[in-house]
Design a protein around this ligand. Structure first.
Ligand SMILES: Cc1cc2nc3c(=O)[nH]c(=O)nc-3n(C[C@H](O)[C@H](O)[C@H](O)COP(=O)(O)OP(=O)(O)OC[C@H]3O[C@@H](n4cnc5c(N)ncnc54)[C@H](O)[C@@H]3O)c2cc1C
Length: 313
């Protein structure tokens, strides 16, 4: 018999929730997390859209979710997963960079993803103090303020339009002379009187002080002229990389690498489930991550029962 019923890869909100449900469901589960548990919650200042908490600090919610999972018996190990592979008999083999190997009939992959960074001075310093990568999460903190959105794809242009419900003015800073965003998205944004586009410009630096972000240093790629754009918020939407590359072998995904699942969160590989930010879906929030994980953990229980009934465990 294998040591585990399920291996959970990633200890963000999705992984911790899956571990809690797996524990309550009496499954033998192990959660492998490369760093501290909490995932993107650890990079989030304040959360105001998680039911039950009018306002809570990201690290505090991370600690509560970890305590909750541990209270139901979660076996959390600090491991950086290298690969997830389906062996010939259908068992999953998860290998880590410490040289350990874990085997189980099912895996729930909750490794999230990483927003692409601008990589300019001030970006790290003002993260959570004006700099954001999530409009739904942080838009409401910028009511009546003048802000900037950096990017030119669908995410940037759509989110700029969304942010005008809070901000009094939204600049879209784009390095080219035209957007990559779809026509309909562009038309809606360009017709919005609160939006002004600054074309052919790159961000050199984010500037500010003890109170947070105060402006962006921009450079025109046409004239090389440098200007300061006074803003108190800067939303960066220049890409997001889902951590789906850990899976060896073919699995269904969209062109950006987001994993496609069925309504039980199962991927195209039987026994491999995915939950949270790395899954194809409309929005990526803490609530959606834990919702996915709930479904995935319960689906794992049913999958194992069905296999047992069929005499395959
Ligand atoms: C700045 C910011 C602010 C946000 N604010 C809000 C908000 O206010 N409200 C809201 O609802 N949502 C917010 N979000 C979104 C929310 O944080 C995510 O939707 C949520 O964290 C997704 O959970 P997850 O578990 O899928 O992924 P993550 O939180 O990304 O967790 C993934 C975990 O997997 C681990 N991992 C990755 N690769 C490996 C590996 N190879 N081996 C082992 N472990 C691995 C990572 O270390 C990480 O701990 C915000 C996001 C950001 C970036």
């Amino acid at each position: 018999m294998l040591d585990f019923d399920v291996i959970i890869v990633g200890g963000g909100p999705a992984g911790l929730c899956a571990a809690m449900y797996a524990g309550r469901g009496m499954l033998r589960a192990v959660l492998l997390e490369r760093g501290l548990t909490g995932g993107e919650l650890l990079n989030t200042e304040k959360i105001e859209d998680y039911p039950g908490f009018l306002s809570i600090l990201g690290p505090e919610l991370a600690a509560k979710m970890t305590e909750h999972a541990v209270a139901f018996g979660a076996d959390i190990r600090q491991e950086n997963v290298d690969a997830i592979e389906r062996l010939g008999d259908g068992t999953y083999q998860v290998t880590t960079d410490s040289g350990a190997t874990y085997l189980a009939p099912t895996v729930i992959l909750t490794a999230g993803g990483t927003p692409t960074k601008l990589g300019v001075p001030g970006e790290v310093e003002y993260a959570g103090r004006g700099v954001s990568y999530c409009a739904v999460c942080d838009g409401a903190f910028f009511k009546g303020e003048t802000i900037a959105v950096v990017g030119g794809g669908d995410a940037a242009v759509e989110e700029a339009d969304y942010l005008t419900r809070y901000a009094s003015k939204v600049y879209i800073v784009h390095r080219r002379a035209e957007f990559r965003a779809s026509k309909v998205v562009q038309e809606r944004a360009l017709a919005n009187p609160k939006i002004e586009v600054i074309w052919n410009s790159t961000v050199n630096e984010l500037t500010g002080g003890p109170g947070g972000l105060t402006g962006l240093e921009l450079e025109s790629s046409v004239t090389s002229e440098k200007t300061i754009l006074p803003v108190t918020g800067c939303f960066i939407f220049i890409g997001f990389k889902p951590n789906s590359g850990l899976i060896k072998g073919h699995f269904d995904h969209d062109p950006s690498g987001y994993i496609i699942t069925d309504d039980r969160m199962m991927t195209s590989m039987p026994g491999l489930f995915a939950a949270g930010d790395l899954r194809v879906q409309l929005t990526r929030q803490v609530t959606t991550a834990v919702g996915d994980a709930t479904t995935a953990a319960i689906a794992v229980e049913k999958y194992l029962t069905e296999r047992k009934t069929a005499g395959r465990v």
